[in-house]
Design a protein around this ligand. Structure first.
Ligand code: NAD
Length: 343
């Protein structure tokens, strides 16, 4: 029996189209070896390149297309920084589709540099509020205020997601906050996590201040399993986490809600490498792997992960960030070959 999924593909800006093309090649290969899996890929426009044409970085027809799909594979997009420019597409989509959990795994991979050999943790970041509420005012020239909104409802929702994930892993969850300074907002977040903990008695729960956590992530990253935190802290911690296991070219992220998932590399559009066929596509390929996992296609996801690990441990195909000279397409093709070889 066929299992058909409609997948929105947003190639994005800068290196986006190149790394997404490699990931699409991998998705096509995996359909050849997993019986019954069919992915209908539907391409959409979004990002900086749309602003001149449509006056927005997220055209309405793209939003409508997304609503007709099961999940989205999104390339990185350039975000304009002027105060009146449209907000980041990723941030808009997270809010629009209520993708409240941002999931960023951080794992030592064979053949890629890692601070310690046995790191295997996941950061779950609250994705809809906190300092990314986007509500800012300039109350008088040169004096600005940003609102950091934290609600018990959103905090409990992301906490439940993180506890469920911890249940499937090593059953250890660390709540990261800064309640000693942000007493009200992080008080609400921290209490919500510990309140939800009672629903998951098999998971050991611990807490850490964000500054201490940033340090421990370097000192003893192998000790952590699932980390749950607020939006800005999670954004910073997950880039730090990416750097201790092979760098930003390998780091993938998922944005998950109750009814939709958007999967993307953690890195941005790296404009200086655009069109040069140099960027590492593994982050986007692992994002596609996370998408298959979320869709319940565990075997297909596993095939991709194994193929990536085999190419990395082979040590022959390395993009510049891994110390080699392979191109984006070399890396994509090597992973595709391994998937097809395993057949
Ligand atoms: P960036 O991640 O685009 O690039 C920083 C550096 O990381 C690059 O110069 C490059 O050296 C390296 N790098 C990034 N991706 C790589 C890859 N696949 N392979 C090898 N090396 C890689 O960060 P930035 O320069 O701060 O941002 C550029 C643009 O991307 C900005 O407009 C930013 O807003 C946007 N951005 C978008 C997203 C997203 O779409 N989710 C995320 C982050 C940044």
């Amino acid at each position: 029996m066929q299992r058909i999924y409609r997948i929105a593909v947003l190639p994005g800006d800068g290196i986006g189209p190149e790394v997404v093309e490699a990931a699409v090649g991998v998705l096509e290969a995996v359909q050849k070896v997993i019986s019954g899996l069919r992915l209908e890929l539907i391409y959409g426009e979004a990002g900086y390149n749309c602003i001149e044409k449509y006056g927005t970085n997220l055209p309405q027809k793209t939003v409508e297309m997304l609503r007709e799909t099961h999940a989205c594979l999104k390339g990185p997009m350039t975000t304009p920084e002027e105060p009146n420019a449209p907000p980041s597409v990723a941030v808009t989509l997270r809010k629009m589709f209520n993708l409240y959990a941002n999931v960023r795994p951080c794992k030592s991979l064979p053949g890629a540099w890692s601070l310690k050999p046995n790191i295997d943790l996941v950061i779950v970041r609250e994705n809809t509020e906190g300092l990314y509420s986007g509500i800012e005012y300039e109350t008088s020239p040169g004096r600005g205020i940003a609102l950091r909104i934290i609600t018990r409802e959103a905090s409990e929702r992301v906490a439940r997601f993180a506890f469920r994930l911890a249940e499937q892993r090593r059953r250890y969850l660390t709540c990261v906050h800064k309640r000693n300074i942000l007493r009200i907002t992080d008080g609400i977040f921290r209490d919500a996590v510990f309140h939800v903990a009672s629903e998951f008695p098999s998971v050991r729960v611990d807490e850490e201040h964000i500054d201490a956590m940033a340090m421990r992530l370097i000192k003893e990253p192998e000790r952590f399993d699932v980390i749950v935190t607020t939006n800005l802290f999670g954004d910073i911690l997950s880039d730090e986490a990416a750097q201790i296991t092979g760098g930003i070219g390998l780091a993938a992220g998922a944005n998950i809600g109750d009814n939709y998932g958007m999967f993307e590399p953690v890195h941005g559009s790296a404009p200086k490498y655009a069109g040069k066929n140099r960027a590492n596509p593994i982050a986007t390929i692992l994002a596609a792997k996370m998408m298959l996992d979320w869709l319940g296609e565990r075997e297909a996801a596993k095939r991709i992960e194994t193929a990536v690990e085999r190419v990395l441990s082979g040590g022959k195909v390395k993009t510049y960030d891994l110390g080699g000279t392979a191109t984006t397409s070399d890396m994509g093709n090597a992973i595709i070959e391994k998937i097809l070889e395993e057949g």
